[in-house]
Design a binder for this molecule. Structure first.
Ligand code: DX5
Ligand code: ZN
Length: 213
């Protein structure tokens, strides 16, 4: 499977997001991971559709991977689709009709992702796996960049990969140059990197090393 590195712009320069976007493009990465939080689902507030729209002016051929950590993503999927999202992931733990909201994302002609938190039983997402384009496995509790990877998250990746050999599996949180190889061996093919990307002395080399392990 092709490996894709998705730098998380939340780990970039929050006072100058465009410069972080330029930095991501300069690294050769093709995806940009955009973490959206509402202060309820996750204990932080980040970006809204207008921020994504503003960034979309400098998007060029980058792929906007929008990760909604919201209690009610159903109110916002349309707005993020319009703003320039290419893929929209919602959480299985959200307080919405998950199947219906995934269907709305599909109807908006965007790629469909479903995310799962570290403490949630993996079985919860099984009924939706045939419908989605991507499963997002959290490697940390939603909220902040720079947290330590929770080791048992790999089990989830392995279980999903066993069930579906071709589904895109994204691992998000705590991924770095040291554990990236293991993430891939367990079955992940999209790797979100926040802190480790923006702290890398040579981001281009960092991306290449992970994508070509
Ligand atoms: C947590 C965020 C982070 C972020 C990645 O809610 O979703 O996982 O994208 O940041 P790092 O790579 O620093 O964990
Ligand atoms: Zn994320």
């Amino acid at each position: 499977m092709n490996i894709t590195v998705a730098p998380s712009i939340l780990g970039g320069n929050l006072a100058d997001l465009r410069s972080s976007l330029v930095q991501i493009r300069g690294s050769g990465a093709r995806w940009v991971h955009i973490d959206v939080m509402d202060g309820y689902f996750a204990p932080n507030l980040t970006f809204g559709p207008q921020t994504v729209q503003a960034l979309a002016d400098s998007k060029q051929d980058l792929f906007f991977d929008v990760h909604l950590m919201l209690e009610h993503p159903e109110y916002f999927v349309g707005k993020f689709a319009e703003a320039g999202a290419d893929l929209i992931s919602i959480h299985i733990e959200s307080r919405c009709d998950v199947a219906k909201t995934l269907q709305i994302i599909r109807t908006l002609d965007k790629r469909v992702g479903l995310a799962i938190n570290p403490e949630t039983a993996i079985e919860k997402i099984f009924p939706h796996l045939d419908f989605v384009d991507l499963a997002l496995v959290m490697g940390v509790y939603p909220g902040f960049c720079g947290q330590k990877f929770i080791e048992h998250s790999w089990e989830k990746v392995e279980i999903i990969r066993k069930k579906n050999p071709i589904l895109a599996i994204e691992i998000d949180g705590g991924v770095n140059g040291d554990n990236a190889r293991l993430c891939i061996q367990k079955g992940a093919n999209i790797l979100v990197v926040g802190t480790s990307f923006f702290k890398a002395p040579d981001p281009r080399k960092f991306v290449q090393q992970i994508e070509h392990v």
